[in-house]
Design a protein around this ligand. Structure first.
Ligand code: FEO
Ligand code: CA
Ligand code: CA
Ligand code: CA
Length: 610
């Protein structure tokens, strides 16, 4: 490492200041355009957006809470392609006209007077989740626009999916819907994503546990280790009583054993979530596939090492909960570009990361008979391990982290970067290594280099790239205090562009924005970093109450797409009841705030960030 300040050649823009305004701010010489907000019609009969939209309408419109995203160019084009993006969740109080005037927080769901839920509302929420595939193009005026195209597709909490890998057909995946245990219904809480070397999209299932309830006293480890219990946030199962012949699609979220077998109740439904889902955006009829060998946890996202002919495929994935782990998968079969497909993800070894205090680390295999994974601990088979991946990694001695979010790989050096967004529950005794701070409210970024620069290696060396915080507590790679130009908190989204700019996006919780230690940071933001000098510079600030997430450029790097998630999410229940919202972005006036994609270009047409 080169000591002392070094000026970056990668960052060619003037930093933007911290902002508390309800708008998107970019550096001088740049411009922004809003594209594909929640509710924008993309398929079917193209029903216009409005709060009155039905659940069926929502299934043909953009979902809400835009998150991980990729641009798949059409024939290499930088002006036309498929934008594929996740819809992590939804904000029920904004979706249902009936919620107006009621004191609801951003995570509350409206209940009927008898305590049940309205099936129409729940259907709309279910269809606001999932993934959108949308054809877009750059028009003559430089503005990007939706193309009404047969490739456009919504994948929702109801879309049929197949299971592949070691859990396919396992008795614990057998349900009323799929007595053979080969199919599931829908994908939920898709946070970040991945892009395979063979050109498909991976949507990752993060906080799926909040949709399920288990009221029994005997909760299996495959549920309890993930926090599934008597309480859930979404309470979709409470719509079943009002849903007549459609009750099944709601009742499946109650995993309490109520009959004699999993073919008669819904005890196994939560086993169908927590996976990585592969889909082919260029084949709208394709059935998405849940790849069970990549493990079951709160998958934030997946990042692939650059694929090399004749070498295994390697990917990394974080489990975003406090004290959870970072994982790596190494395929058994080698990569060959002509034949590579998703079946490479069905056969391999899953590892969990152990970080040592001395800056070294090792990968602990999660496989039967190794690292303490034995039948007496509940891990007789690979299926046992993958179904309760967290429990297996506990036994194998992985290092509990400060909420691993996105990973990114430096295209020049192969170094692997991960954001660790926060962990206020870490104690002084538990602080150390890549998680050095107790009561960690600001988060950090760790990076490592695999032994011999081989991503399939069993060891690595790590260092901290950035400590989030204000000008007192934040530090860059070279130990310099953060400044007004780059102070940040809660790094989450992370992406390398082809020139090796590291884009960092923040997710200070909507409930904590501008309060306590988060006061100096203002709204959430995106910054760019030089991985060699460690210099970081603020590039973008978002509207009020929103998280910034999702990041990709066109191949020529003249357009960058990012997502604004949950603008106005900071609105208190009291303010909501009074009709006072923190944000009306993007439409302004008195409009309902809507998650949306933001397109950023340079007025001179140059490369973003340069
Ligand atoms: Fe959905 Fe971990 O952020
Ligand atoms: Ca995230
Ligand atoms: Ca986050
Ligand atoms: Ca989020």
């Amino acid at each position: 490492r080169v000591p002392g300040p070094r000026k970056s050649n990668l960052l060619g823009f003037e930093p933007v200041p911290v902002s508390r305004a309800d708008t998107a701010v970019v550096p001088e010489g740049y411009r922004v355009q809003v594209l594909l907000p929640w509710g924008e019609p993309i398929s079917g009969d193209y029903p216009a957006f409005g709060q009155h939209n039905s659940g069926a309408d929502q299934a043909t419109q953009m979902g809400s809470h835009h998150d991980g995203m990729h641009f798949f160019p059409l024939a290499g084009s930088s002006s036309e392609g498929l934008l594929v993006l996740n819809h992590e969740y939804a904000e029920p109080r904004l979706m249902h006209a009936a919620a107006a005037g009621v004191a609801l927080a951003s995570y509350d769901v409206p209940l009927k007077v008898d305590g049940s839920r309205d099936p129409g509302q729940v259907l709309k929420e279910m269809n606001a989740h999932g993934v959108s595939v949308v054809r877009i193009r750059r028009g003559e005026n430089g503005h990007w626009e939706l193309v009404r195209d047969a490739l456009n597709r919504r994948i929702t909490g109801l879309t049929p999916m197949a299971f592949s890998g070691p859990l396919r057909g396992d008795p614990r995946l057998q349900t009323r819907f799929s007595p053979e245990g080969t199919l599931g219904r829908g994908t939920l809480n898709n946070c970040s994503h991945g892009v395979t070397p063979w050109g498909t999209y991976l949507a990752c299932e993060e906080n799926w546990r909040y949709y399920f309830v288990h009221e029994g006293s005997d909760v299996p480890a495959s549920l309890s280790r993930y926090g599934v219990g008597p309480m859930n946030a979404w309470r979709w199962h409470l719509a079943a009583a009002n849903a007549g012949t459609e009750a099944d699609i709601y009742a499946r979220f109650d995993a309490t054993p109520r009959a004699n077998s999993p073919h008669q109740d819904y005890r196994n439904e939560p086993h169908g979530f927590g996976w990585v889902v592969e889909l082919d955006p260029f084949n709208p009829a394709s059935v998405p596939v849940k790849r069970t060998h990549l493990g079951r946890f709160a998958h934030e996202g997946v990042v692939f090492a650059p694929a090399q002919e004749g070498k295994p495929v390697v990917l990394y994935s974080g489990d975003d909960s406090v004290f959870e782990y970072i994982y790596k998968f190494v395929s058994t079969r080698p990569y060959h570009p002509a034949s590579a497909d998703g079946s490479l993800l069905d056969d391999g070894t899953l590892y969990a990361a152990r970080f040592n205090e001395d800056g070294t680390g090792e990968w602990r295999a999660l496989a039967p008979g190794v690292n303490g994974l034995t039948a007496d601990k509940g891990f007789a088979t690979l299926a046992d391990i993958l179904l309760n991946t967290r429990g297996a990694a506990d036994v194998a001695g992985a290092t509990p982290m400060d909420r691993p979010e996105w990973g990114a790989i430096d295209p020049g050096t192969g170094h692997v970067y991960f954001t660790l967004t926060k962990n206020t529950r870490r104690t002084e005794q538990q602080a150390g290594g890549p998680n050095p701070r107790a009561g960690n409210h600001a988060g950090q970024i760790v990076r490592w280099r695999e032994a011999g620069d081989d991503h399939a290696a069993m060891g690595f060396t790590w260092e901290l790239f950035l400590l989030g915080g204000d000008t007192e507590t934040g530090r860059d790679l070279q130990g310099r205090a953060l400044t007004d130009a780059n102070l940040l908190s809660n790094p989450d989204g992370l992406w390398f562009d082809a020139d090796r700019r590291l884009w960092i996006q923040t997710d200070i919780s909507d409930l904590e924005l501008n309060q306590g230690p988060y006061q100096p940071m203002g709204n959430n933001m995106m910054l760019a970093a030089d991985p060699d000098s460690g210099e970081v510079r603020r590039f973008f600030t978002g509207p009020a109450g929103a998280e910034i997430t999702g990041c990709v450029t066109t191949p020529d790097q003249t357009t960058i797409f990012i997502n604004i998630q949950h603008p106005g999410g900071s609105t208190t229940a009291k303010d909501f009841a009074r009709g006072k919202l923190d944000s009306h972005w993007p439409q302004g006036g008195s409009a309902v705030p809507r998650s949306a994609t933001v397109v950023i270009t340079r007025i001179d047409g140059g490369k973003i960030g340069a």
